[in-house]
Design a protein around this ligand. Structure first.
Ligand code: PEP
Ligand code: MN
Length: 346
């Protein structure tokens, strides 16, 4: 568990919140933002170098390692000089290979641990690339931080989690530990528990949660920060499950997975049969010179399916995505049937 304020505001604020949260055994690292990458220029942009000693002092007082965000070479130099233990790369920096390279070069020859937040846009390659840039200069103590992805307005999240991306990162780089930052995903303290639990259930290795002595009056990210008590309440309610299970449970799970696999086989057989019929329709369309897409027909199909979603205990979003995927595949089959020459020319 990494915790601490979004931004260091005063020496008292940093020491107060850090000593309070350090009382919980689960808190293993202290965070505080010193240089804040803010979207709009008139927001509080961090106090800079003068706040570094406060975080270092909090680390000494509590015996916990400290971490802060660095975005360029001079941040790195100042953080190393002040005695910060671990650095993190922010989401707005991970998107920029020049900046990541500059930071990696500044760290060459040190054995500084680095945590890398996902880029703000959902691009796995950029995230992977950032790890590679550090590895190439010999920095190998690396951790990933999942903090969600920017979208234009979202009902629920500040940054959508798109869990498939951190899961894909784990597939690509199974040895890189990954922690979740529910503070920046949710943007609201009420949702922290729900997202933290989800991360633990997906086998994440830890969490980073922003904490503040007086969250509502924080100079940055007020709505998402929690007090030390708020953090402890979340930690108390979190259920830590294990990916390992006993033989007995394993055999029950295997039985159920077998049933799932049989159903999946049927699903794919049905999809394949459905595409064959689509191809037959394609032949008829070709003979009669009809376009592939009949918009009205498709709209009707979607409306009918969405109406049934609730009864089937499926979300409308899932039904929509599934139908769109089936439709796209069906169009590909019909296109091939209807344009045999074009296909051959390709
Ligand atoms: C932060 O952790 O305070 C921060 C600015 O995060 P991100 O880079 O995820 O926006
Ligand atoms: Mn923040």
């Amino acid at each position: 568990m990494v915790a601490g304020p979004c931004s260091a505001e005063t020496r008292e604020q940093v020491l107060e919140i850090c000593t309070a949260i350090a009382k919980n055994q689960n808190v293993r690292m202290l965070r505080a933002g010193i240089w804040k990458p803010r979207t709009r220029p008139d927001s509080f942009e961090g106090l800079g170098e003068k706040a570094l000693p406060w975080l270092v002092e909090a680390g000494k007082l509590t015996g916990l390692p400290t971490t802060t965000e660095v975005a360029n070479k001079s941040h790195v130099e100042a953080a190393l000089k002040a005695g910060i233990d671990i650095l993190w790369i922010g989401a707005r920096t991970t998107v920029n290979p020049f900046a990541v390279q500059e930071i990696a070069d500044a760290l060459q020859g040190t054995n500084m641990p680095v945590m890398i937040k996902n880029p703000i846009n959902p691009d796995l390659q950029l995230w992977l690339g950032a790890f590679e840039r550090f590895e190439k200069v010999g920095i190998t103590d690396l951790t990933a931080i999942h903090r969600g992805f920017s979208v234009y307005k979202h009902d629920k999240y500040r940054n959508v989690p798109s869990w498939e991306i951190p899961i894909a990162l784990k597939e690509n780089r199974p040895n890189i530990p990954i922690i979740c930052d529910p503070s920046h995903i949710t943007g609201k303290r009420d949702l922290l528990l729900e997202v933290s639990q989800k991360a633990l259930d997906l086998n994440f290795d830890g969490l980073m949660i922003e904490t503040h002595p007086d969250p509502d009056n924080a100079w940055s990210d007020a709505a998402q920060q929690v007090t030390a008590e708020g953090l402890f309440a979340i930690l108390d309610q979190l259920v830590v499950r294990t990916p390992d299970f006993s033989l007995d449970v394993a055999s029950q799970i295997d039985d159920m997975r077998e049933k799932v696999s049989i159903l999946d086989d049927r699903l794919f057989d049905i999809l394949s049969a459905r595409m064959q019929i689509s191809e037959e329709v394609g032949l008829l369309k070709r003979e009669n010179n009809i376009t592939i897409l009949q918009q009205e027909h498709w709209t009707n199909i979607i409306v009918k399916r969405l109406e049934k979603a609730d009864d089937l205990h499926l979300t409308q979003q899932f039904v929509r995505q599934l139908m769109d995927a089936i439709h796209q595949e069906s169009i590909r089959h019909q296109t091939r049937i209807m344009n045999p020459k074009t296909k051959r020319n390709l």
